[in-house]
Write a protein that binds this ligand. Structure first.
Ligand SMILES: Nc1ncnc2c1ncn2[C@@H]1O[C@H](COP(=O)(O)OP(=O)(O)OP(=O)(O)O)[C@@H](O)[C@H]1O
Length: 309
C-alpha cells in the first residue's frame, strides 16, 4: 500500500482482478475517484461494473486493492463514514415503513434519527415516509437506497445503475442531487451501460471493456471527441470548388470531394463552416451534419482502446 495519497483523490482502485470459474471478469481495473467529481463507470452489460464495485467495497474477494483516503476500508474505524453504496433499490422488510426503516439504519450506523429525517427531505421522500417498503415504486426505492447509503454522511457515494428505470423527471432530480453532493466535496461513482445517461449525470467517465478501464475522460472531452468525428456534408456551385479548397487549407479542416459539387468535411463545426462561407459569399445549397451518437463514440473508444487523456 505505498501509493502516494493525492489530495482530492479520495479513492484509488488499483489493479483489481477476479475470475469466475475460467472467466476473467476483472483484468486489472484501476480508476481514481475525486472529491467534487461525479465519475460515471460505463460498460456494456456484463462488462464487470457491479463486480468492480463489490470488490471495491470488500463485498467480493479479488486481487488488487482499493484505498479510501489512502487506506484500505478495513483500516477505518467507521467505514460507513467513508463510503456508502446502493445497488438499485432497497433491502429491508417489505412491511416496514420508510421512516422506520431509515431510523433502524441510522441506529445501526450510530447516528441520530434526525439524520434519517433530514435525508428523507433531501431525497424528496417526506410525503412517502409512511409508505411500506413493498408499496414503493422503483424510483422511490432507489431514493430510499440512496438515503440509506448516505446515512453516516460518507465522503464517497457509490450508486450502481442509479438511473435504471427512472423517468426523465427523476433523472433530472438525480442529476441535481448528485451535483449538490459533489459540490459539497463528495466523490461520487455511478455506473450505467448507457453513455447518454452519463452525459446528463457525470463530469467524468471511465469506460470498462473486457475487464479493464480502457478510457478515462472528462465528459466535455468525450463530447468534443464526438464533435471531431462528425462529418459535415455540403453542396455548392461547382465554380466555388477552388475557393472552398483554399478555405480548407487556411482553416485546417479536411475536405473530401464526393462529386462535382458536393463534399464531406471534417474538423470544423457546421455553424463555423456556414459563417466562413457566408463571409466569402460562397452560397451553400445543402449543409447537413452526420454526428456520431455518444454511444457510437463510446463504442469506438472501447473498441480501439483509444486513450483520450
Ligand atoms: N457470482 C458470480 N458467479 C459467476 N459469474 C458471475 C458472478 N457475478 C458476476 N458474474 C459474471 O461476471 C460478469 C460481469 O458481471 P457484472 O454484474 O459485474 O457486470 P455489469 O457490468 O455490472 O453488467 P450489467 O450492466 O448487466 O449489470 C458477467 O458475465 C456475470 O455473469
Amino acid at each position: 500500500m505505498n501509493e502516494v495519497f493525492v489530495k482530492d483523490v479520495l479513492v484509488q482502485v488499483c489493479e483489481l482482478r477476479r475470475t469466475f470459474g475460467k472467466k476473467r471478469v476483472l483484468d486489472g481495473v484501476s480508476v481514481d475517484l475525486r472529491a467534487g467529481c461525479v465519475t460515471g463507470f460505463v460498460g456494456s452489460n456484463g462488462a464487470g461494473k457491479t463486480t468492480t464495485i463489490r470488490a471495491m467495497l470488500g463485498l467480493l474477494p479479488a486481487e488488487g486493492h482499493t484505498l479510501y483516503l489512502g487506506r484500505p476500508l478495513t483500516a477505518w474505524r467507521a467505514p460507513s463514514r467513508i463510503v456508502g453504496a446502493a445497488f438499485g433499490g432497497v433491502a429491508g422488510h417489505p412491511k416496514h415503513r420508510v421512516r422506520h426503516h431509515l431510523h433502524m439504519i441510522a441506529a445501526g450506523a450510530g447516528v441520530p434519527d434526525r439524520r434519517a429525517d433530514e435525508l428523507l427531505d433531501q431525497v424528496g421522500l417526506r410525503e412517502a415516509a409512511g409508505l411500506r417498503l413493498s408499496a414503493l415504486s422503483l424510483g422511490m426505492s432507489q431514493r430510499v437506497g440512496t438515503a440509506q447509503a448516505l446515512i453516516a454522511s460518507p465522503r464517497v457515494l457509490i450508486l450502481d445503475e442509479p438511473a435504471n428505470g427512472l423517468d426523465p423527471h427523476a433523472v433530472r432530480w438525480l442529476r441535481d442531487f448528485l451535483r449538490t453532493l459533489a459540490d459539497a466535496g463528495t466523490a461520487v461513482l455511478i455506473s450505467s451501460h448507457l453513455l447518454a445517461e452519463m452525459q446528463q449525470l457525470a463530469d467524468r467517465v471511465a469506460v470498462l471493456s473486457q475487464g479493464k478501464v480502457v478510457a478515462e475522460a472528462d465528459m466535455s472531452d468525450l463530447l468534443a471527441y464526438a464533435d471531431r468525428q462528425s462529418v459535415v456534408q455540403i453542396q455548392y456551385a461547382s465554380d466555388d470548388a477552388p475557393t472552398l479548397a483554399g478555405l480548407a487549407r487556411r482553416q485546417g479542416f479536411a475536405l473530401r470531394r464526393t462529386g462535382p459539387d458536393t463534399a464531406d468535411i471534417t474538423g470544423i463545426s457546421r455553424e463555423k463552416l456556414a459563417r466562413l462561407c457566408l463571409d466569402l459569399r460562397v452560397p451553400l445549397f445543402q449543409l447537413s451534419e452526420n454526428r456520431p451518437s455518444l454511444e457510437d463514440s463510446y463504442l469506438t473508444i472501447a473498441h480501439e482502446e483509444f486513450k483520450i487523456t
